[in-house]
Design a protein around this ligand. Sequence first.
Ligand SMILES: [Fe+2]
Ligand SMILES: [Fe+2]
Length: 461
Amino acid sequence: MFDMKTFAKVTVWGLIMVGLAGVGCDSNSGNSHEHPHDKARPGTYPSDYPDRIVVTWEQDPATSFSVTWRTDSTVSRTRALIAPASPAPKFHRNADTLAASTTTVQNPEENAPAANFHSITFDDLEPDSLYAYKVGYEGHWSEWFHMRTATEQTNQPFSFLYVGDAQNGIYSHWSRAIRQAYKEEPNAKFIVHAGDLINHKNRVTEWSEWSQAGGWIQGSIPNVAVPGNHEYLDYRVDDPQPELSIYWKPQFTLPTNGPKGLEETAYYIDYQNIRLIALNSNVQIEKQTQWLKKVLAKSDERWVIVTHHHPIYSSGEGRDNPDIRKQWQPLYEKHHVNLVLQGHDHTYARGMTRNTSRGSNTVDPSSGTVYVNSVSGAKMYSLKDNFWKGMGGVLQRSAENTQLYQVIHVRRDTLKYRAYTVTGQLYDAFDLVQQPDHRKTRMIDRTPDVQTRRHDNTIRY
Ligand SMILES: [Fe+2]
Ligand SMILES: [Fe+2]
């Protein structure tokens, strides 16, 4: 029972503790002593424990994977352990130990402490095998994460997730997108992040929000990310030449097989029977066009999926990317790219290129490359009616004011695309069925009978 005597003791001790805390605060209250640690959410700044543990691929997903993590700058020598996963808890007796590479990032824009980012690529792994790994050093280890390599049986079915801009309300709102996506498809083999993961490229608080929202999911399912304009923007009025976020390359260990100078921002990954091409729609478009031509010409995979941030068909007034539409869209159609996964417009839009055949005005949106713009974070824009038409597109499904995530199932002959609201409601669906011709597909539209979500029939933004 909670009696008055206890209450008095608690109150007295409470007052003493508040008083002590107050003394502590007062001693630090001068601006000259103010430190960002005082205001930020716990975990924003690095400590001597590993955090922001992110799994990616730099090399072949069947035989390798990469991991990146952060500590404070006092920790320079960290390691990663890897072992075949086993139900027996002493599986770590079979672990190999690898020394990590370390990069120190000093953020010139914020009063933030330096951070060390550590990375490792595990290679020579067995295909289709479950591994356990952990990172850190004596007394400062992460938990063991499980990670499965891809199979070499290329037509084995699998699924993956795709999300548009996280960017705003990352911890408060994007968390529900990434977590609901995981609940929907816990066995997804990777997550495509189509740019604008954060709002300010070098803001440590936003990158920490991104890591904390995704948490251990990001250490368990490989992340395939492309930079958006916000990974290039810092909003400093005197910014002479936009440059990539100082955190991008230290935070992700991505392939370097793209055009020179665009390493880890433009690349491709072959996962079982798909070729996944990631492009950097912010810079050096022409250089990537030349590279893309070669990569597409040599793609024998049954499915080709492309991701970049800026859409081929924008969703709203004053938002148009004619350069990439002119340079990349004809290549997608020519090489029968199946899906183009994009972000940037903070709305949902899915459709195709108007494929009117020569001399006829027939519109057959039943086959061809499918383009999607989506959004997973909290910032919402408006759609402009008929906005795709003027650019040569045919819109098939759209939404405003809706956080979404997408689940894509890939089989030998069929690709099943499903978009869900973050409350878990199926919002858009279609299947692509391959035809005898190389990679050509027939679309089966399975849009559910759910009203199109617009600003005027949802909660005011
Ligand atoms: Fe955005
Ligand atoms: Fe953007």
